[in-house]
Design a binder for this molecule. Structure first.
Ligand code: DGT
Ligand code: CA
Ligand code: ZN
Length: 577
């Protein structure tokens, strides 16, 4: 039976579509009022209907009562069917974009034939909205921002890469306030999960009021969701939500530990605290006699409960507390350990930087080795290199190698397609002439598990293939990876000594933390690469390293940490069964 919410949604849809059509306010408002009143009923509308009392519902007159009757009897509404034949129902989705009213939606539909949010996003990106009457560059940018905000509201989770920079700017803002001793990120963003629900920020200050006031007065806040003495929650106009907690500096350690989570990790740590005679809260470690042990730093918290410091990336209750007690926590890899980037692109394929520009950017970031791995011939959309162009590229790299000698070691490689039919995109004799081969899946990724796994195995078994790039080809937040049998992939990679990539692009982070951890357990080597398509993309590296840390990776597990000579030796002469 159709429930009140479904009835209300139907009337809201009618109101939206009538408004786009240009109906007057009184008519559309009648439907909106009816929808609101339906949601407030303490009884199901169909019971009222069975009693023949529909018109006793506030805001429901004869016309709307007839429509409810038809819906409850037939499950359909002829009026709505006629309306959607005239005005596509998908237009109502567009009305939900913040700052976009029915008039604008009608304008885009009339002028450009746009009927879906996706089409609107494309048109905005292509700059087609700016020239419409009443629009302009600024309004066009606002439409795009609104679409992003809508997407966030729907999936509820924000990609790490989108939240990170915003979080940093909030920290800078807070640290600059008078009376603020420290400000740190907490929650899932500090743990570097690949998606973030909301931002949790911890501030150390004696006096919380001025911090709360300054934080919640920022102009880019769309509304305040909650305001207490030590905690404020807001939603920013970009759709990101954040909460700020203020604690006195001498209690900052327990507060930061609490707010970093995860919840499950905290449960374990509290159990451990109890064993040591403490109850642990965000405010303090409290002894049985009621006296408090205050911790200014997290290190003190972990020490007091008998644990070594547990890095935030491990705090997921995946055995880290037990390992801490047993003294078997890994020495996690750090960004500074990474010496080489083994998967990058240039203007030869779909990159935005020349090889020279990419090399200079890598040098500026302290890299010692850079592999240029442009796309291979079959990837048309990536402007893949024919064998001729690949050989011409070799010439250019040979020349640049002289120029950059002593600064960075340049490798000539490829990101080779694993083609839909399971074959590889260059013959072995060409691969043998390259310094490094990354093999990746970009096409036909929805093949059945057995078929797509077999394709991947072909690449893993090829003695010229050194690394599998972004193995599952997932995209964050909404493209699931290929349906690979990961266990089989990991075993084959371990057996053949082929490294699997953790792609550091925050849209990818592929392998993910859980897969990468299992791979390490099975003896697979990992590669953490940026897949840079432009000089600034080298800055993706910390996201990849964080994912490796969440996978419990030590330096030794990741080939990019190896000294140049060792890595060159491995590339030239990989142990192979
Ligand atoms: P998210 O935002 O969904 O990506 O995930 P988190 O981990 O940031 O979780 P969130 O924002 O709900 O809460 C932030 C932190 O606050 C969480 O990591 C641990 C702490 N916390 C929140 N609620 C509870 C709770 O009920 N018990 C405990 N022990 N800690 C909590
Ligand atoms: Ca959070
Ligand atoms: Zn790729």
């Amino acid at each position: 039976m159709i429930n009140n919410r479904e009835l209300a949604n139907t009337f809201t849809l009618i109101a939206d579509l009538l408004e786009i059509k240009g109906e007057n306010f009184y008519k559309t408002n009648a439907y909106r009022k009816a929808a609101e009143n339906l949601l407030e009923l303490s009884q199901e509308a169909h019971q009222i209907w069975e009693d023949g009392e529909l018109q006793s519902i506030p805001g429901v007159g004869k016309a709307i009562a007839d429509k409810i009757d038809e819906l409850l009897r037939t499950g359909e509404l002829e009026f709505l069917n006629r309306l959607t034949a005239e005005v596509p129902a998908s237009l109502a989705e567009m009305v939900k974009i913040p700052d976009l009213g029915p008039k604008k939606v009608k304008l885009f539909w009339d002028e450009l034939g746009i009927t879906t949010v996706e089409e609107l996003a494309e048109a905005a990106k292509a700059g087609k909205l700016a020239d419409l009457p009443g629009m302009g560059e600024k309004s066009q940018a606002r439409v795009l921002a609104g679409i992003e905000a809508l997407g966030r509201r729907q999936t509820g989770r924000i990609p790490l890469g989108d939240a990170w920079g915003f979080g940093q700017s909030q920290l800078m803002f807070l640290r600059a306030l008078p009376g603020v001793a420290a400000a740190e990120m907490a929650g899932s963003l500090r743990r570097m999960r690949d998606t973030i629900g909301d931002l949790d920020i911890l501030v150390a200050a004696e006096d919380s009021e001025p911090v709360m006031e300054a934080f919640s007065s920022q102009p880019n806040i769309s509304h305040i969701e909650g305001r207490g003495p030590t905690k404020t929650s807001v939603e920013f106009s970009n759709g990101l939500r954040a909460q700020v907690w203020v604690h006195p500096p001498q209690r900052f350690g327990t507060a930061l530990q609490y707010a970093t989570g995860s919840k499950d990790h905290n449960v374990r740590v509290r159990e451990q605290a109890l064993k040591k005679g403490f109850s642990l809260s965000e405010h303090a470690l409290t002894r049985e006699d009621g006296t408090e042990l205050l911790c200014a730093s997290e290190e003190e918290v972990y020490q007091a409960v008998g644990l070594p410091f547990i890095p935030p990336e491990l705090r997921e209750d995946r055995g880290e507390v037990q390992a801490g007690l047993a003294g078997t926590l890994p020495r996690l890899i750090k960004v500074a350990n990474i010496l080489s980037d083994l998967h990058t692109h240039s203007t030869w394929s779909d990159g935005r930087g020349s090889i020279r520009e990419m090399a200079e950017a890598a040098i500026a970031r302290g890299r010692k080795m850079l592999a240029v791995t442009d796309h291979s011939q079959s990837l048309g959309i990536g402007n893949g290199l024919s064998i001729e162009r690949l050989m011409a590229q070799k010439e250019e790299i040979n020349q640049l190698r002289q120029e950059f000698q002593g600064q960075i070691t340049l490798l000539h490689g490829t990101e080779m397609e694993i083609k839909a039919d399971g074959t590889l995109d260059y013959p072995d004799e060409i691969l043998a002439q390259l310094d490094i081969v990354v093999a990746s899946l970009h096409v036909a990724m929805r093949q059945p598990r057995e078929q797509v796994t077999e394709r991947m195995l072909t690449a893993i078994r090829n003695p010229h293939v050194d690394i599998i790039g972004h193995p599952t080809n997932r995209l964050i937040p909404d493209r699931a990876g290929a349906d690979l049998d990961m266990e089989v992939i990991f075993q084959a990679a371990a057996e053949h000594g082929t490294a699997l990539e953790i792609n550091a692009n925050p849209q990818r982070l592929d392998l993910n933390d859980i897969h990468a951890r299992r791979a390490i357990e099975l003896g697979v080597l990992l590669a953490v690469d940026t897949d840079a398509h432009a000089p600034e993309h080298f800055d993706f590296l910390p996201f990849g390293v964080a994912t490796a840390r969440r996978a419990w990776a030590a330096k030794e597990n990741v080939i990019n940490t190896w000294p140049v000579e060792k890595l060159l030796g491995w590339l030239e002469n990989r142990p192979h069964p």
